[in-house]
Design a protein around this ligand. Structure first.
Ligand code: ZN
Ligand code: ZN
Length: 199
């Protein structure tokens, strides 16, 4: 169920606090790829600006994916600040088409989705879901790293080098790591070893 809807009649002059944690899959538009993030926390305040409404707050969550070096699960938290102005009226072309399009990490935002662009709502209810979804999409990391100093997997035996050194010579010999296929072959077939090692 989408809990990111608010009735505008509940937003009085003094404004109101809004805080909801949603399952990201519950606000995912049809025909889009699922995102590797479980929930998003939406925290902020609605304020009335004459006939319009301002939502100012933060959207946060934790992306999870395989570390590019060691393949262990890595977490990538995000928190973005948003300020959206909502006005009653027909949905813009961008809102009708834009949110149906699949957006991937690294896409650049165009002017129509900039922070100060007006968003529309119909009737008496503001639905934050499409805008929250959009922010979560843009917050997706292009790659995961479990920690900056991750030592990755041994290129030869596949051992996780964060858990200690393996016993491969290749791990400690920079000359062989770059050429591990040949190095492994040379071990099996000494006669094929590169000429420079000949004695
Ligand atoms: Zn790692
Ligand atoms: Zn190794």
């Amino acid at each position: 169920m989408n809990t990111l809807r608010i009735s505008v009649t509940s937003i009085r002059e003094e404004g109101c606090v809004f805080e909801e944690r949603v399952r990201v899959s519950s606000i995912q538009p049809p025909d889009t790829k699922a995102l590797p993030v479980e929930t998003a926390l939406v925290r902020g305040r609605f304020e009335r600006l004459g006939d319009e409404f301002l939502f100012r707050g933060r959207i946060s969550g934790v992306y999870e994916g395989a570390c590019v070096r060691c393949l262990e699960t890595a977490q990538s938290p995000f928190e973005v600040e948003v300020a959206w102005v909502f006005a009653e009226g027909p949905a813009s072309v961008f809102e009708e088409i834009g949110h149906a399009l699949e957006m991937t990490a690294g896409d650049t935002r165009d002017a129509s989705s900039s922070e100060d662009a007006r968003r529309s709502f119909q009737g008496y209810e503001i639905n934050l879901a499409p805008y929250v979804w959009e922010e979560v999409v843009f917050a997706q990391p292009s790659r995961f790293l479990c920690r900056d100093e991750c030592r990755g997997l041994c290129p030869r035996c596949g051992a996780n080098q964060n858990e200690g050194a393996c016993h491969c010579a290749a791990c400690h010999d920079p000359e062989q790591t770059g050429n591990r296929g040949l190095a492994a072959l040379a071990e099996l077939f000494p006669e094929l070893a590169p000429q420079k090692t000949k004695e």
